[in-house]
Design a protein around this ligand. Structure first.
Ligand SMILES: [Zn+2]
Length: 261
C-alpha cells in the first residue's frame, strides 16, 4: 500500500511529498514560535522580583564597582550568559558588576562567538619542574603582552607567609579554590592569549578541572637536579624541605609533558 501524499513546495517548486514530511516552511514557523517564546521569557525574567533583588545584592557585594576595570559600574552581568546557562541565572557566583564600556566589550565578544563561530584561541600552558629549574624564567621569556600567570608557589607563599616551596595543606585547599574560579571564568570568556599555570608537580585535580579543555600544553622544565640545588643554594633559597620535594618529584609521571631545557 502506498503512503498518502500531499502537495508541497520544495525550493519554491510544487512537488508531491509523503503526507508526514515536514517542509522547510513548517520548520521555520516552529523555530520562530519557539524563539519568540524564549525571547519573551528573557525579557520577563529581568522584571521579576527575584532578579531585582539578586541584582541589588550583587551591586552591594561589588561596592558598585566594575569587576573588570574598577570604575563605577551599574550593570549586573551574567559571567556565563543566561542564554547558555539558564539554570545559573540567579546564582551569585555567576553574576558580576560591570560598567557600560566593559559590558559592551564583553557582549560584543559573546556575539562574535555565537554568530561567527570565531572562537578566540586561548591556550593553557601547565609548566612543571623542580624548584630552581627555571619555570618562572621560562614563562617570562615566552609570555605575550596579554597573558595570565598563575604561580602556585608564589600564591602559596603569599597566603601562608612561608618561604617559597614550603607547603601548608590547609592553605593548599584555598590556593586550589582560585583554580575553580579562574577556570570557570576563563571557560566563559577566553580573555587571554595564554594562561600559564606554574607548579612543581603535575596534579590530578588540575587535570580533572581541565579535562574538557582542548588547547593545553604540558611543559616540563627538565633541569638537572644537581644544577637546581646549586642555583637554590646560590640564591639562599635551599631549605630542608627541598629533599622531600625532590623525592616526591622523582615519583611523578611526566608522560604527557613536553621536555624543555
Ligand atoms: Zn569597566
Amino acid at each position: 500500500m502506498s503512503k498518502p501524499i500531499k502537495l508541497s513546495h520544495i525550493n519554491g517548486k510544487p512537488a508531491l511529498v509523503p503526507y508526514d514530511a515536514s517542509n522547510r516552511k513548517d520548520n521555520d514557523h516552529a523555530y520562530n514560535q519557539r524563539r519568540s517564546a524564549n525571547q519573551s521569557k528573557y525579557v520577563a525574567f529581568y522584571k521579576t522580583r527575584e532578579w531585582l533583588h539578586t541584582r541589588r545584592q550583587v551591586l552591594t557585594r561589588d561596592y558598585h564597582l566594575c569587576q573588570r576595570c574598577g570604575l563605577e559600574g551599574s550593570l549586573v552581568d551574567h559571567v556565563v550568559p543566561s542564554k547558555d546557562d539558564w539554570e545559573d541565572r540567579l546564582s551569585l557566583d555567576n553574576l558580576q558588576t560591570l560598567c557600560k564600556d566593559c559590558h559592551s566589550i564583553k557582549t560584543k565578544r559573546e556575539w562574535i562567538k555565537h554568530h561567527k563561530g570565531a572562537e578566540r584561541y586561548m591556550s593553557i600552558k601547565v609548566v612543571c619542574g623542580l624548584p630552581g629549574s627555571g619555570k618562572s624564567t621560562y614563562v617570562s621569556n615566552h609570555r605575550t603582552d596579554h597573558d595570565l600567570i598563575y604561580d602556585y608557589d608564589v600564591l602559596m607563599s603569599a597566603l601562608s607567609g612561608l618561604p617559597l616551596h614550603e607547603r601548608n595543606q590547609d592553605i593548599h585547599d584555598y590556593v586550589m579554590l582560585f583554580y575553580d574560579q579562574l577556570l570557570r571564568k576563563l571557560r566563559a570568556e577566553k580573555t587571554f592569549n595564554n594562561v600559564w599555570i606554574i607548579q612543581t608537580y603535575p596534579d590530578e585535580r588540575l587535570d580533572t578541572l581541565l579535562s574538557s579543555y582542548h588547547h593545553i600544553d604540558h611543559i616540563l622544565i627538565d633541569t638537572d637536579k644537581q644544577i637546581c640545588i646549586e642555583r637554590l643554594k646560590e640564591q639562599n633559597r635551599f631549605n630542608e624541605n627541598m629533599n622531600s620535594v625532590f623525592n616526591e618529584f622523582s615519583k611523578k609521571d611526566f608522560g604527557k609533558f613536553r621536555r624543555v631545557h
